[in-house]
Design a binder for this molecule. Structure first.
Ligand code: SAM
Length: 329
């Protein structure tokens, strides 16, 4: 098991396949991009699958979510998913993506063993997409969503981050669009994880504001059927259900007490929290000939020291050195 000293057990592994991305979302990275990890530092497909196998067969991992950076930039994604799906016990396999290039790969990903998908979509206005993501790719994302639904990667979930003065007036249209197409929308509060350190608490659009905006157009009610468990999203029934909308209030209503996640970066570092200030190096063990047991022990030790909370609301909070794109969101 991957247990920490506060009684939490990590069963959900977030695997970053690359720190590279083909968008430049303003809440994530600067327009010019970042210094990407040098290729030799990035785990090979073989190394990634070995770590996932250790996690699944020895450490109680039940869910594997591939993310990044942009995981679709990894050409062997289908093969990594197929090898993950062949493990016993077979974990639940999901993907978080910006959707660019997904339309032509959705069926192959499904056939490889992908169970579910989250596609990021912050705006429905092409000019706002250009401003926020600094690329003109809105049609690709909308095509990705319908291709994912057609391929059976359901329920298709949509992740949206609202930024004040840019897309904070889009909560209602985004929900209307998702309801119309049968996608499940979740708003994520903007977190202090951008490479340029531009996050300001006072400017952040809060979960309460999102709820209030949506309530002007939709009847939102408590979702008593769905137990929240360790899920980051608090969900509400829309107009009596069955459609739902979620709000991930990482900053204003943290859910660290029920966190069951552990992260593996593209360069083979285990992080016990998005906001962790230290990491444990599994890549050097992998490449130094360590046994599965030695790797599992270091992984367990990394999780054991997980702090009770992310500390964003403490006056002494310090943003982690790695930005979101290099951790894996
Ligand atoms: N490239 C993929 C994508 O766009 O979904 C996967 C990686 S991205 C880092 C994962 C999710 O993190 C996206 O939904 C993105 O909107 C969200 N994200 C990135 N930076 C964030 C921030 N500072 N605060 C909140 N969410 C953020």
């Amino acid at each position: 098991m991957l247990a920490d000293s506060f009684g939490r057990v990590a069963t959900d592994l977030r695997v970053s396949l690359t720190d590279r991305c083909n968008l430049r979302c303003a809440y994530c990275m600067p327009p010019e991009g970042l210094d990407w990890l040098p290729a030799p530092q990035v785990l090979t497909g073989e190394e990634i699958v070995r770590l996932i196998r250790i996690g699944v067969t020895s450490l109680g991992i039940r869910e594997v979510r591939f993310t990044g950076g942009e995981p679709l930039l990894r050409r062997e994604l289908e093969s990594i998913i197929a090898r993950t799906a062949a493990l016993t016990p077979r974990p639940d396999i999901s993907l978080t993506t910006n959707g660019i290039g997904l339309a032509r790969r959705a069926v192959a990903l499904r056939e490889a063993g992908l169970d579910r998908i989250n596609v990021s979509l912050d705006t429905l206005r092409p000019e706002v997409f250009r401003k926020l993501a600094r690329r003109d790719r809105l049609p690709d994302v909308l095509d990705a969503l319908s291709a994912a639904a057609d391929a059976g990667l359901t329920p298709v979930k949509v992740n949206a981050v609202l930024m004040r003065g840019i897309n904070d007036d889009e909560a209602v249209p985004l929900l209307a669009y998702c309801l119309e197409h049968g996608y499940e929308l979740r708003f994520i509060e903007q977190m202090p994880l951008d490479a340029q350190h531009g996050w300001k608490r006072a400017e952040m659009v809060t979960a309460t504001e999102v709820f209030e905006s949506l309530s002007a157009a939709f009847a939102l009610s408590e979702d008593s059927e769905r137990a929240r468990g360790a899920a980051p999203a608090e969900t509400f029934l829309v107009n009596g259900g069955p459609a739902r909308v979620g709000v991930i209030a990482s900053v204003t209503r943290p859910f660290c007490g029920s966190c069951d996640r552990v992260r593996l970066t593209a360069d083979g570092q285990v992080r016990n929290c998005l906001f962790a200030r230290s990491e444990s190096d599994l890549r050097s063990l992998l490449r130094g000939g360590a046994s599965d047991e030695e790797i599992a022990e270091r992984w367990q030790a990394a999780v054991a020291v997980k702090l009770p909370g992310h500390g964003i609301n403490d006056p002494s909070f310090l943003q982690p050195d790695r930005p979101m794109s290099a951790i894996g969101g």
